[in-house]
Design a protein around this ligand. Structure first.
Ligand code: NAP
Length: 297
């Protein structure tokens, strides 16, 4: 391997330390509510680790776990109640929701001032318009990681593969906000390999295990791998699985200047940025000054 390994865990620990220091400087304690519907094991793990990280940062964590057969109306009522609760600063509805619940209907009652996931129409609109607002956590994490390698992204050629509302589309807009020249690729993109080879910064958010091969990467590029895919791992024993990214790490690491591992890259940044957003949301809603070092960017 010739590439530097971008240590998302260590960088996220730095963001979390900044958040904890900021929380101490606030005149009150922010609270983050996380709503989980159903018993999906991966979502349960995410919700528990978000709750733990919230408390570790000195904030209050409210976990609301609802059964899988919760009706859309009942969930909407819970989210609306959290939206109007003055003691709650951030609300995260863990996705995906069970199939009988329409995600958009639930997000419609979430107060945009508390939208720490940056998923409401109001937050998305502010991002497109370049107005201040809460930005989606995973894409913010991608930009922070890229900037550890290249602090000034102006003029950089960034290729984002994937155009989901959660990751790809906001990532493209956030890199654009940094004055990068952005190409947003997706499943209908032609000559994807050649397009990727033009990238100074290649962001993969596809959900296809190790799709990006070494010869897709420009020598000296920075590779940010958002993908987390569970695949069979017979080498670990029968029926065992492991997590891999959307990038073939071993191949890409021979060509890139720097690369995030997956797991251990973007994932830890998502939680760190969620905590950061909770502080920003609390400050905006309660009229508090954002403490340094969270006041920049
Ligand atoms: P998604 O909603 O399934 O979107 C995938 C995107 O990839 C779509 O835009 C799709 O294009 C595109 N795509 C699919 N196959 C393609 C192909 N062969 N060539 C080019 N583009 C292709 O997924 P997501 O929610 O954005 O998540 C992407 C990955 O990131 C997943 O592995 C997910 O687990 C991971 N993730 C990680 C974190 C974290 O914190 N680490 C957070 C969120 C997601 P079309 O639009 O044309 O269909």
């Amino acid at each position: 391997m010739t590439a530097r390994r971008i240590d998302g865990k260590a960088i996220a620990a730095g963001v979390r330390a900044d958040v904890a220091a900021a929380v101490k400087a606030l005149p009150g304690q922010p609270a983050l509510a996380v709503v989980l519907v159903g018993d999906d094991p991966a979502s349960q793990v995410y919700v528990s680790s978000k709750g733990k990280a919230t408390v570790e940062a000195g904030m209050r964590s409210v976990e609301i776990r609802l059964p899988a057969d919760t009706s859309e109306a009942a969930l909407i009522e819970r989210v609306a109640a959290l939206s109007s609760d003055p003691e709650i600063d951030g609300i995260l509805v863990q996705l995906p929701l069970p199939k009988h619940i329409n995600e958009a209907n639930v997000l419609a009652v979430l107060d945009p001032m508390k939208d720490v996931d940056g998923l409401t129409e109001a937050s998305a609109g502010k991002l497109v318009l370049g107005k201040p607002g809460l930005r989606p956590c995973t894409p913010v994490g991608c930009v922070i990681l890229a900037k550890t390698e290249r602090p000034d992204l102006a003029g950089a050629n960034v290729v984002v593969i994937g155009r989901s509302i959660l990751v790809g589309k906001p990532a493209a807009l956030l890199f654009l906000e940094q004055n990068a020249t952005v190409t947003l690729a997706h499943s209908k993109t032609r000559d994807l390999r050649m397009i990727c080879r033009g990238a100074d910064i290649l962001v993969a958010a596809v959900g296809r295990p190790e799709m990006v091969r070494g010869d897709w990467v420009r020598p000296g590029a920075i590779v940010i791998d958002v993908g987390t895919n569970r695949v069979p791992a017979p080498e670990k024993g029968e029926g065992k699985t492991k997590l891999v990214g959307d990038v073939n790490f071993a191949e890409a690491a021979e060509v890139a200047a720097a690369i995030t591992p997956s797991p251990g890259g973007v994932g830890p940044m998502t939680i760190a940025c969620l905590l950061r957003n909770t502080v920003l949301a609390a400050c905006a809603r309660r009229g508090w000054t954002v403490p340094a070092p969270l006041d920049a960017g």
